[in-house]
Structure formats: C-alpha cells, structure tokens
Design a protein around this ligand. Structure first.
Ligand code: NAD
Length: 500
C-alpha cells in the first residue's frame, strides 16, 4: 500500500512512528494509503529545520519572495486537474467542486504576490522637530498551520502563501484523513524555487499537534477545524506564548423573508446546504423562514429537489460515467454514522423529516448518504444546536423578522449567515445587527475574497486576527517602530520624553 511521508528540508522523509492512519477513498471505502502519525520528537526536528531555513529566507527581498509565489501559482494551475482529482479521491467532493476549492485557494496566492506593497509599513515625518518615525513589518519566525479535512488545499492556502511572503518559514500539519495535497503543494513550492526547509509538512494527529503548539521555536499557530479543538489550540498555544488564530465550527442560518424570490432561495439553499455533502464551514444548515405561508411554499419547493439529488462518486463524470453528481460521499463511515445519529435524534425529538437521506447509506461500499430535509425544527433540538457537518437542512419557522434575528444572535456559533429579501431596509438592518462574522445579502455563501479577511464571531473563532487579507499580513508579521533623530543628539532627559 502507498505510504505518505513527511516532507522536510525539501524531500520526502518517512516517519519514524509506529502509529499509522489509513487514508480512504470515501467513494468506495477502500484504504488507498497509510500515513505515519509523527512523534513529538520528529515534529521538533521539523521545527528545527524550519527555524534554520527562516533566517536566509527572510533576508531575500519581498519582491523575490513574491516571484517564487508567482511561479508556484503557475505550477498549481498547470497541475490543477491532477490536484483536483486527488482532492476528490481522498475527500470525496465532486471534481468540479475540487476545482473550485483550488481557485479560491489560489486567490490567496495572488494576494500574497502583492507582498512588496503590503509590507510597506508606515512613516511619519517630523513628528517632533527633526524627528521621524517609521514602522516596519517583520516576519515572526516559524509558523505552524493545522488544517481540517474538508478543504485539503484551500485552507492551507489561506495560511502559508502569506506566511511565506512575509518572510516566515512554515510547518503544515494537514488532516490525516486527506494528507496528500499538502505534499503535492510542497513539491510544487520546491519546483517554484522555494529554498529547502522553508515549507515543511509533518503528518500526524494530536501528538504532533501538541508538539507544534508547545514548541518554544514556533512563533505563530494558525488552526482551522472544529470548535472544541480550536479552543484547545488557542488556549494551549497562547499559554505557550504564541500568537494564535483558531477558526472553529459553524451553524450557518439563512433568514428567508416572505418577500424573497422563492426560486432564488430554493436554488441557493440546494447548493449551500447540500454542496460538498454539507461538509463546508460556510454551508447553510438552518433555513429560518418568516411566516408559515412562506415556509410551506419553500418546503414544498425543496422537497422534490432534495429527494432528486444526484449522489455518487465525485469522479464519475471524469471517468465518462454520465453527468457529474451533485453530491459525493462524506469523509468516513464514522462521520456518516454520526450524521445518521443526528437524523435519528431529530425524528425522536419531534422534527418533521420531509426527506430522509438515510436509506442511501445502505447501498454500496462508499460513505454515501442522501440529502435530508427537516421541517418544524425548534431551538431546543440537538439538530438545531449542534454542528452536524453533513447534508441535512433544518427549517425553523418564525413569526417575524425580529424573532429570526434573535434566534441567529442567540446561537453559540457565528461563522456565516445570509438574508434573502427584496427589502433594502431589512437587509441593511440585518447586516448591522446580526452577531455573525460573514454576512450575505441574497448571497448564500458569503466567503470573503482573498484580499478581505475570513473569520466568524462567537465560538466560531478564537483569537483576534482572521485568515488572509489584511489580517493575514498582520498575523504573520510583527511591527517594529523606529523613532530617529538626525543628526543632532541631545543630553540626558529625566522626564518622560515628549515631542518638542
Ligand atoms: P478537527 O477539529 O477534527 O481536526 C482539525 C485538525 O486538528 C486536524 O489536523 C486534526 O488532525 C487536528 N486534531 C484533531 N483532534 C485533535 C486533538 N485532540 N488535539 C490536537 N489536534 C487535533 O476538524 P475536522 O473534522 O478535520 O474538520 C471539520 C471541522 O472544521 C468542522 O467543525 C468545520 O466547521 C470546521 N471548519 C471550520 C472552518 C472555518 O473557517 N471556521 C473551515 C473549515 C472547517
């Protein structure tokens, strides 16, 4: 069986660990590779490699660092079909969606290519008589990235292009469920001219993560994953003196006003709830509908569409097996069982199961599940409170806008949300008062572009700086402010210095 090794100092390096995880193709359930779960000692060695490489990399001009990223982007594009097929093989999402993930990730590389402009800093001339002050943004050192299974390329691309462009070195610990993309990107970075040791991949689980987030030579930790782990990473790494950005789970609501265009809402919900089998942190998992009449119409429109979802292997169209499926399998048998457990709980807690996706789980060896649709879900139910991370949409009926807004604001998560309405006044009020980090107005999945920053509110995020955009540059740099007086010097002053 294929073995997936670490990528350290510019080459593949087999893990010394005697612990391994199987990497499966979720479309047929077969194990396709084994990945070593690196030990703490090995992980520390990788950090030492990254530390040694960082000094020379930081000395290279920002323009030349950007040129490596320009070449990396061109190489990623040249290999995009192969990369997308690999994403689909290990993750399960359909091939066109895997391409979409690459496009969104490469937009961050494009942003990072502008790093000479982004690192210009600030300058104040003559802030005291003959005194100038300027602020420069310097790299922080070794940065670590710990990423989830659901975007094996894109989430890592939120992090390392900016970290590298700023002059840092990077250690990526990808999800052990779909680890190959990380190695491919490491190979392409090397081909693009990145010096060995500046970007490294260490595969593993809690043992290697703990080694990274407590290591004295790791300066910054970027994490994306579930909320309990995000909270753990944030508290542990911060307690060890690191700057941390830790993005967690989500329960994204769409508020549907009675004046919304029903066809538009139905189409938007189908894609946002069932695309990538609901395994997106910005997936809509709750539709909050104002008024019974609108809810009746929406559920009636959704029902046949959810029941008719084309579910199957993500590579079927590529292999000439009919039109592309709309939804692939979920990541693992355990995750499929967890989703089924949620559907069971929704039924037993009294929600109305309009479409039941469970029967599809009986067919075939892959980790498939049909789309499920619940109506008359209430806020006490587990299927409302918890993140399911699967193809399950819950419809909650509310009498008016204020009740819907309060529901969203009371939820523990605050990653993304959307409102569908034709009223500018209501949309504006929603954008102003909703307690969520990323808001769509008639846009179901409002993922900010690379030159803005990505991040939620409440228990969807830990740490003050979000991913990519201006926050990304701030996160991967530390500011130094130099105040200078030329050419005169003055004698000793014993009072607090003030500008004269
Ligand atoms: P996860 O939290 O299980 O794993 C994320 C990473 O943490 C992996 O690399 C994993 O190896 C590591 N990890 C797992 N358990 C650990 C532990 N006990 N100690 C240390 N490290 C540990 O998440 P997942 O299942 O891979 O991904 C799905 C989750 O990610 C969902 O909750 C989803 O909402 C979230 N997510 C959030 C965003 C966002 O931007 N907010 C984006 C993508 C995914």
């Amino acid at each position: 069986m294929q073995r997936i090794d670490n990528f350290v100092a510019g080459q593949l390096s087999p893990s010394q660990s005697n612990r391994f995880a199987s990497v499966c193709n979720p479309a047929n359930g077969e194990a396709i590779a084994q990945v070593g779960l690196s030990t703490a000692a090995e992980t520390a060695e990788v950090v030492a490699v990254a530390k040694a490489a960082q000094v020379d990399w930081a000395a290279i001009t920002p323009l030349n660092r950007a040129r490596v990223l320009f070449r990396f982007k061109a190489l990623m594009e040249a290999h995009k079909d192969e990369l997308a097929a690999l994403i689909t093989t290990e993750h399960g999402k359909v091939y066109s969606d895997a391409h979409g993930e690459l496009v969104r990730g490469l937009e961050v590389v494009e942003f990072a290519c502008g790093i000479p402009h982004l690192l210009k800093g600030e300058h104040s001339q003559n802030l005291g008589t003959a005194v100038d002050s300027f602020s420069v943004m310097q790299p922080v050192g070794v940065c670590a990235g710990i990423t989830p299974f659901n975007f094996p390329a894109m989430v890592a691309l939120w992090m390392f292009p900016i970290a590298l462009a700023c002059g840092n070195s990077f250690v990526l610990k990808p999800s052990e469920k779909d680890p190959s993309l990380a190695n491919k990107m490491a190979e392409l970075l090397k081909e693009a001219g990145l010096p060995d040791g500046v970007f490294n991949v260490v595969h593993g689980d809690k043992e290697s993560v703990d080694a990274l987030i407590t290591h004295p030579d790791v300066a910054a930790v970027s994490f994306v994953g579930s909320t309990p782990i995000a909270e753990y990473i944030y508290s542990t790494a911060s307690a060890h003196g690191k700057r941390v950005q830790a993005l967690g789970g989500a329960k994204n609501h769409m508020l549907v006003m009675p004046d919304a265009d029903l066809d538009g809402v139905t189409g938007a919900l189908m894609g946002a709830a069932y695309g990538a089998a609901g395994e997106r942190c910005m997936a809509i998992s709750v539709a909050v509908v104002v008024g019974d009449e609108a809810a009746d119409r929406l559920v009636a429109a959704l029902k046949p569409k959810v029941a008719a979802l084309r579910v199957g292997p993500g590579l079927s169209a590529l292999q000439g097996d009919g039109p592309e499926n709309e939804m692939g399998p979920v990541i693992s048998a355990a995750h499929r069982d967890s989703i089924i457990g949620y559907i069971d709980s929704g039924v037993s807690e009294g929600a109305e199961l309009v479409v039941d996706g469970r029967p599809l789980a009986q067919q075939g060896p892959g980790f498939f599940l049909g789309g499920s649709l619940f109506d008359r879900v209430t806020p006490e139910m587990r299927i409302y409170r918890e993140e399911i991370f699967g193809p399950v949409l819950a419809v909650v009926r509310v009498p008016d806008y204020e009740t819907g807004l309060k529901l969203i604001n009371d939820h523990e998560y605050g990653n993304g949300t959307a409102i569908f309405t034709q009223s500018g006044e209501v949309a504006r009020d929603f954008g102003h008062r909703v307690q969520v980090g990323m808001v769509g107005v008639n846009v179901p999945i409002p993922v900010p572009m690379a030159f803005h920053s990505f991040g939620g509110w409440k228990r969807s995020v830990f740490g003050p700086l979000n991913m990519h955009g201006p926050d990304g540059v701030r996160f991967y740099t530390r500011m130094k402010t130099i105040t200078a007086r030329w050419p005169k010097t003055e004698g000793a002053e014993f009072v607090m210095p003030t500008m004269k």
